[in-house]
Write a protein that binds this ligand. Structure first.
Ligand code: GLV
Length: 321
Protein backbone atom coordinates (compact mmCIF):
# COMPACT_ATOMS: atom_id res chain seq x y z
CA UNK A 1 0.00 0.00 0.00
CA UNK A 2 1.21 3.51 -0.78
CA UNK A 3 2.28 5.44 2.27
CA UNK A 4 0.65 8.79 2.97
CA UNK A 5 2.74 11.80 2.05
CA UNK A 6 3.22 14.71 4.49
CA UNK A 7 4.79 18.00 3.43
CA UNK A 8 6.19 20.44 6.04
CA UNK A 9 6.71 24.05 4.93
CA UNK A 10 9.63 24.89 7.27
CA UNK A 11 12.61 22.86 8.37
CA UNK A 12 11.82 21.34 11.75
CA UNK A 13 14.30 19.52 14.02
CA UNK A 14 14.78 15.84 13.09
CA UNK A 15 13.64 14.56 16.46
CA UNK A 16 10.34 16.41 16.07
CA UNK A 17 9.66 14.95 12.64
CA UNK A 18 10.74 11.41 13.55
CA UNK A 19 7.28 10.11 14.54
CA UNK A 20 6.07 11.11 11.05
CA UNK A 21 9.00 9.62 9.17
CA UNK A 22 8.43 6.33 10.98
CA UNK A 23 4.93 6.11 9.53
CA UNK A 24 4.71 8.18 6.36
CA UNK A 25 6.70 9.58 3.46
CA UNK A 26 7.77 13.05 4.52
CA UNK A 27 8.95 16.01 2.48
CA UNK A 28 10.19 19.19 4.11
CA UNK A 29 11.29 22.63 2.90
CA UNK A 30 15.06 22.94 3.45
CA UNK A 31 15.08 26.15 5.47
CA UNK A 32 13.87 27.06 8.95
CA UNK A 33 13.91 30.80 8.32
CA UNK A 34 13.04 31.22 4.67
CA UNK A 35 9.41 30.70 3.59
CA UNK A 36 8.70 27.99 1.05
CA UNK A 37 8.33 29.26 -2.50
CA UNK A 38 4.75 29.40 -3.64
CA UNK A 39 5.16 27.24 -6.77
CA UNK A 40 6.89 24.55 -4.75
CA UNK A 41 4.18 24.63 -2.11
CA UNK A 42 1.48 24.31 -4.81
CA UNK A 43 3.28 21.30 -6.31
CA UNK A 44 3.68 19.67 -2.92
CA UNK A 45 0.04 20.34 -2.00
CA UNK A 46 -1.02 18.56 -5.20
CA UNK A 47 0.44 15.28 -3.98
CA UNK A 48 0.24 15.63 -0.18
CA UNK A 49 -2.16 13.88 2.18
CA UNK A 50 -1.18 16.32 4.92
CA UNK A 51 0.49 19.72 5.14
CA UNK A 52 2.17 21.30 8.14
CA UNK A 53 2.06 25.07 7.57
CA UNK A 54 3.14 28.26 9.34
CA UNK A 55 1.44 31.64 9.53
CA UNK A 56 3.30 33.14 6.58
CA UNK A 57 1.90 30.46 4.22
CA UNK A 58 -1.24 31.55 2.37
CA UNK A 59 -3.43 28.47 2.58
CA UNK A 60 -6.10 29.65 0.14
CA UNK A 61 -8.54 27.98 -2.23
CA UNK A 62 -5.93 27.70 -4.98
CA UNK A 63 -3.68 25.69 -2.71
CA UNK A 64 -6.37 23.64 -0.96
CA UNK A 65 -7.97 22.58 -4.24
CA UNK A 66 -4.66 21.48 -5.84
CA UNK A 67 -4.74 17.90 -4.73
CA UNK A 68 -7.48 15.37 -4.23
CA UNK A 69 -5.58 13.58 -1.44
CA UNK A 70 -5.25 16.44 1.00
CA UNK A 71 -6.94 15.53 4.28
CA UNK A 72 -5.39 17.80 6.89
CA UNK A 73 -3.61 21.14 7.20
CA UNK A 74 -1.89 21.50 10.58
CA UNK A 75 -1.15 25.21 11.01
CA UNK A 76 1.57 25.94 13.55
CA UNK A 77 -0.14 28.88 15.28
CA UNK A 78 -3.23 29.48 17.35
CA UNK A 79 -4.37 32.06 14.79
CA UNK A 80 -5.56 30.66 11.46
CA UNK A 81 -6.35 33.80 9.50
CA UNK A 82 -3.85 32.59 6.87
CA UNK A 83 -6.09 29.58 6.16
CA UNK A 84 -9.33 29.74 4.17
CA UNK A 85 -11.26 27.50 6.56
CA UNK A 86 -14.51 27.76 4.60
CA UNK A 87 -12.90 26.39 1.46
CA UNK A 88 -11.19 23.72 3.54
CA UNK A 89 -14.55 22.70 4.99
CA UNK A 90 -16.15 22.61 1.51
CA UNK A 91 -13.31 20.40 0.29
CA UNK A 92 -13.52 18.14 3.35
CA UNK A 93 -10.08 19.11 4.60
CA UNK A 94 -9.47 19.21 8.34
CA UNK A 95 -7.64 22.31 9.61
CA UNK A 96 -5.93 22.29 13.00
CA UNK A 97 -4.17 24.95 15.07
CA UNK A 98 -2.06 25.03 18.26
CA UNK A 99 -4.18 26.49 21.07
CA UNK A 100 -3.51 26.18 24.81
CA UNK A 101 0.16 25.17 24.57
CA UNK A 102 1.11 28.78 23.81
CA UNK A 103 -1.35 30.64 26.04
CA UNK A 104 0.91 31.41 29.01
CA UNK A 105 4.00 32.04 26.89
CA UNK A 106 2.15 34.57 24.73
CA UNK A 107 0.60 36.18 27.81
CA UNK A 108 4.08 36.52 29.34
CA UNK A 109 5.35 38.30 26.23
CA UNK A 110 2.28 40.52 26.03
CA UNK A 111 2.77 41.59 29.62
CA UNK A 112 6.49 42.10 29.07
CA UNK A 113 5.66 44.34 26.11
CA UNK A 114 3.24 46.32 28.26
CA UNK A 115 5.88 46.76 30.93
CA UNK A 116 8.61 47.63 28.42
CA UNK A 117 6.42 50.31 26.81
CA UNK A 118 5.18 51.69 30.14
CA UNK A 119 8.60 51.86 31.80
CA UNK A 120 10.47 52.85 28.60
CA UNK A 121 12.83 49.92 28.92
CA UNK A 122 14.06 49.73 25.32
CA UNK A 123 14.63 53.47 25.21
CA UNK A 124 16.57 53.22 28.47
CA UNK A 125 18.63 50.32 27.19
CA UNK A 126 19.51 52.26 24.01
CA UNK A 127 20.39 55.29 26.12
CA UNK A 128 22.99 53.45 28.14
CA UNK A 129 24.39 51.55 25.13
CA UNK A 130 24.89 54.83 23.29
CA UNK A 131 26.98 56.19 26.15
CA UNK A 132 24.45 58.89 27.07
CA UNK A 133 24.19 58.00 30.77
CA UNK A 134 26.05 60.81 32.49
CA UNK A 135 23.80 61.93 35.30
CA UNK A 136 20.67 61.50 37.35
CA UNK A 137 17.78 63.91 37.05
CA UNK A 138 14.32 63.95 38.66
CA UNK A 139 12.37 62.93 35.60
CA UNK A 140 15.15 60.98 33.92
CA UNK A 141 13.48 58.34 31.69
CA UNK A 142 10.38 58.53 33.88
CA UNK A 143 7.68 56.25 32.54
CA UNK A 144 4.19 55.21 33.55
CA UNK A 145 3.31 52.93 36.45
CA UNK A 146 1.88 49.52 35.82
CA UNK A 147 0.61 48.60 39.29
CA UNK A 148 -2.85 49.98 40.16
CA UNK A 149 -3.38 51.28 36.61
CA UNK A 150 -6.23 50.19 34.32
CA UNK A 151 -5.71 47.56 31.67
CA UNK A 152 -8.32 47.27 28.91
CA UNK A 153 -8.19 43.90 27.17
CA UNK A 154 -9.83 43.77 23.73
CA UNK A 155 -10.42 40.09 22.98
CA UNK A 156 -10.93 38.04 26.14
CA UNK A 157 -9.98 34.63 24.81
CA UNK A 158 -7.55 32.23 26.43
CA UNK A 159 -4.60 34.60 26.04
CA UNK A 160 -6.64 37.59 27.20
CA UNK A 161 -7.60 35.74 30.36
CA UNK A 162 -3.98 34.77 30.99
CA UNK A 163 -2.94 38.42 30.59
CA UNK A 164 -5.70 39.44 33.03
CA UNK A 165 -4.33 36.91 35.54
CA UNK A 166 -0.92 38.57 35.30
CA UNK A 167 -2.52 42.02 35.61
CA UNK A 168 -4.16 40.93 38.84
CA UNK A 169 -0.76 40.21 40.32
CA UNK A 170 0.09 43.85 39.61
CA UNK A 171 -3.15 44.94 41.29
CA UNK A 172 -4.38 46.49 38.05
CA UNK A 173 -7.98 47.45 37.41
CA UNK A 174 -9.16 45.08 34.67
CA UNK A 175 -11.60 46.09 31.90
CA UNK A 176 -12.40 43.98 28.88
CA UNK A 177 -14.32 44.06 25.66
CA UNK A 178 -15.25 40.89 23.82
CA UNK A 179 -17.80 39.52 21.33
CA UNK A 180 -19.63 38.01 24.27
CA UNK A 181 -19.56 38.60 27.98
CA UNK A 182 -17.82 36.08 30.20
CA UNK A 183 -19.44 36.11 33.65
CA UNK A 184 -17.08 33.43 35.00
CA UNK A 185 -14.06 35.53 34.01
CA UNK A 186 -15.63 38.64 35.52
CA UNK A 187 -15.99 36.77 38.75
CA UNK A 188 -12.65 34.96 38.83
CA UNK A 189 -10.54 37.91 37.73
CA UNK A 190 -12.63 40.81 38.94
CA UNK A 191 -12.78 42.07 35.34
CA UNK A 192 -15.41 44.56 34.22
CA UNK A 193 -17.04 44.26 30.79
CA UNK A 194 -17.42 47.55 28.92
CA UNK A 195 -18.07 48.87 25.44
CA UNK A 196 -15.12 49.31 23.10
CA UNK A 197 -15.37 53.10 23.35
CA UNK A 198 -15.57 53.12 27.13
CA UNK A 199 -12.57 50.82 27.33
CA UNK A 200 -10.54 53.11 25.07
CA UNK A 201 -11.48 56.18 27.09
CA UNK A 202 -10.76 54.57 30.46
CA UNK A 203 -7.81 52.22 30.15
CA UNK A 204 -4.23 53.30 30.76
CA UNK A 205 -3.09 50.27 28.78
CA UNK A 206 -5.21 49.14 25.82
CA UNK A 207 -4.20 45.61 24.90
CA UNK A 208 -5.28 44.08 21.59
CA UNK A 209 -5.65 40.30 21.70
CA UNK A 210 -8.63 39.74 19.39
CA UNK A 211 -8.29 37.46 16.38
CA UNK A 212 -8.11 38.87 12.86
CA UNK A 213 -11.46 38.53 11.09
CA UNK A 214 -13.47 40.67 8.67
CA UNK A 215 -15.13 42.27 11.71
CA UNK A 216 -11.88 43.19 13.47
CA UNK A 217 -9.95 44.46 10.45
CA UNK A 218 -8.56 47.94 11.27
CA UNK A 219 -10.57 48.02 14.51
CA UNK A 220 -7.88 50.33 15.85
CA UNK A 221 -8.28 53.23 13.44
CA UNK A 222 -8.01 57.00 13.75
CA UNK A 223 -11.24 57.27 15.78
CA UNK A 224 -10.13 54.52 18.14
CA UNK A 225 -6.79 56.20 18.88
CA UNK A 226 -8.58 59.55 19.25
CA UNK A 227 -10.78 57.87 21.82
CA UNK A 228 -7.82 56.88 24.01
CA UNK A 229 -6.36 59.05 26.76
CA UNK A 230 -3.30 61.13 25.79
CA UNK A 231 -1.44 59.16 28.47
CA UNK A 232 -2.75 55.86 27.06
CA UNK A 233 -0.43 53.11 25.88
CA UNK A 234 -1.42 50.74 23.07
CA UNK A 235 -0.23 47.13 23.00
CA UNK A 236 -0.80 44.71 20.12
CA UNK A 237 0.06 41.03 20.37
CA UNK A 238 -2.58 39.54 18.05
CA UNK A 239 -2.37 40.52 14.38
CA UNK A 240 -1.20 43.69 12.65
CA UNK A 241 -4.29 43.74 10.45
CA UNK A 242 -6.36 44.94 13.41
CA UNK A 243 -4.49 48.24 13.33
CA UNK A 244 -4.41 51.13 10.89
CA UNK A 245 -0.66 51.67 11.20
CA UNK A 246 -0.73 55.12 9.60
CA UNK A 247 -3.37 56.21 12.14
CA UNK A 248 -1.27 54.76 14.97
CA UNK A 249 1.80 56.61 13.73
CA UNK A 250 -0.12 59.89 13.55
CA UNK A 251 -1.65 59.38 17.01
CA UNK A 252 1.84 58.86 18.47
CA UNK A 253 3.46 61.77 16.62
CA UNK A 254 0.57 64.10 17.54
CA UNK A 255 0.73 62.88 21.14
CA UNK A 256 -2.89 61.71 21.10
CA UNK A 257 -1.53 58.60 22.79
CA UNK A 258 1.70 58.20 24.70
CA UNK A 259 3.39 55.00 23.60
CA UNK A 260 2.93 51.62 21.95
CA UNK A 261 4.24 48.10 22.20
CA UNK A 262 3.87 46.01 19.05
CA UNK A 263 4.68 42.36 18.45
CA UNK A 264 2.79 42.21 15.15
CA UNK A 265 2.52 44.29 11.98
CA UNK A 266 0.29 44.51 8.96
CA UNK A 267 2.93 43.26 6.52
CA UNK A 268 5.48 41.02 8.17
CA UNK A 269 8.42 41.12 8.18
CA UNK A 270 8.55 44.94 8.22
CA UNK A 271 11.47 46.73 6.61
CA UNK A 272 13.97 48.81 8.63
CA UNK A 273 12.47 52.02 7.22
CA UNK A 274 8.97 51.32 8.60
CA UNK A 275 7.81 54.67 10.07
CA UNK A 276 6.85 53.17 13.45
CA UNK A 277 10.49 52.16 14.00
CA UNK A 278 11.51 55.84 14.02
CA UNK A 279 9.60 56.55 17.20
CA UNK A 280 11.43 56.10 20.48
CA UNK A 281 8.15 55.64 22.36
CA UNK A 282 7.37 52.49 20.36
CA UNK A 283 8.66 49.08 21.38
CA UNK A 284 8.74 46.76 18.36
CA UNK A 285 9.22 43.00 18.43
CA UNK A 286 9.32 40.61 15.45
CA UNK A 287 6.21 38.50 16.21
CA UNK A 288 7.72 36.45 19.04
CA UNK A 289 4.64 36.04 21.27
CA UNK A 290 4.88 32.25 21.49
CA UNK A 291 8.63 32.07 20.96
CA UNK A 292 10.01 30.19 23.94
CA UNK A 293 11.87 26.97 23.20
CA UNK A 294 9.53 24.98 25.42
CA UNK A 295 6.40 26.27 23.72
CA UNK A 296 7.69 26.09 20.15
CA UNK A 297 8.54 22.41 20.69
CA UNK A 298 5.03 21.84 22.03
CA UNK A 299 3.52 23.62 19.01
CA UNK A 300 5.55 21.51 16.58
CA UNK A 301 4.61 18.36 18.48
CA UNK A 302 0.92 19.25 18.42
CA UNK A 303 1.02 19.71 14.63
CA UNK A 304 2.61 16.28 14.26
CA UNK A 305 0.01 14.72 16.59
CA UNK A 306 -2.80 16.31 14.57
CA UNK A 307 -1.41 14.97 11.29
CA UNK A 308 -1.02 11.46 12.70
CA UNK A 309 -4.53 11.46 14.20
CA UNK A 310 -6.23 12.55 10.99
CA UNK A 311 -4.21 10.27 8.70
CA UNK A 312 -5.08 7.36 11.00
CA UNK A 313 -8.75 8.22 10.60
CA UNK A 314 -9.12 9.55 14.13
CA UNK A 315 -10.44 12.87 15.37
CA UNK A 316 -7.94 15.74 15.21
CA UNK A 317 -6.51 16.76 18.59
CA UNK A 318 -7.16 20.50 18.08
CA UNK A 319 -9.53 20.98 15.11
CA UNK A 320 -10.66 24.44 14.02
CA UNK A 321 -13.30 23.44 11.43
C1 GLV B 1 0.94 33.44 16.49
O1 GLV B 1 0.77 34.55 16.16
C2 GLV B 1 -0.10 32.48 16.61
O2 GLV B 1 -1.22 32.72 16.15
O3 GLV B 1 0.17 31.41 17.17
Amino acid sequence: MMKNYVYITRKLPDEVVEPLTNMFDVGMWDYAEKPVERDILLKEAARADALVTVLSDQVDYELLSKGSNLKVVANMAVGFDNVDINSAADLGIQVTNTPDVLTDTTADLTFALLMAAGRRMMEASEYIKQGKWKNWSPLFLAGTDIHHKSIGIVGMGRIGEAVARRARGFEMNILYHNRNRKPEVEQELDARYCSFNELLATADYVVCLAPYTKETEKLFNKEAFNGMKPSGIFINASRGQLVDEEALYQALVNKEIQAAGLDVFENEPISPDHPLLELEQVVCLPHIGSASKETRYKMMGLCIDNVIAVLQGKKAVTPVN
